[in-house]
Design a protein around this ligand. Sequence first.
Ligand code: SAM
Length: 159
Amino acid sequence: MFYEKLKWNKKYLNINYKKPSPLLDFIPNSNGKALDLGGGLGQNSEILLSKGYNVTLIDISDIAISKIKNPKIFKICLDLDNYTIEPNKFDVILKLKYFNFNLLKQIPKALKENGYFVFETIDKYQIDKDYFFELFKNFDIIHFNQKPFQFVGVKRGCN
Ligand SMILES: C[S@@+](CC[C@H](N)C(=O)[O-])C[C@H]1O[C@@H](n2cnc3c(N)ncnc32)[C@H](O)[C@@H]1O
């Protein structure tokens, strides 16, 4: 969406750095594939790279993406509103402070078995805990916090 892109580009004009999420401490080292949805300036992608992952970051803001200097992060600038994630492809998916129900519903299928989902939403986006845990019923919970809503889980079996 044009205005969404404009809004985020405006925000990123004056922001060059954000702190990586401490939730990434739960993710083991691996040479697997990771996807950072709404990844912004790429600080969380950087941590996954340092853990050995092959990382793809997607974001609507070309300004944010232009500020990511590490050539090892595969960057895609697009609107995720109607995006379909390839099933059974990723070992880690990050969805940090970027809320999108359409994508949330796809995560269980998009992850490989034993894949990690790292999720945090900012308070203005309320999420129903029962709905969330029904969606992620085949996941082992590594970390959960209600406010802010945070979840780190590992997919077990099929979904
Ligand atoms: C609050 S920021 C979070 C960025 C990063 N995940 C972090 O934790 O720092 C939300 C991000 O989602 C991106 N975003 C918002 N709407 C989007 C959309 N429709 N498609 C793709 N990215 C979007 C913004 O550009 C922004 O980088």
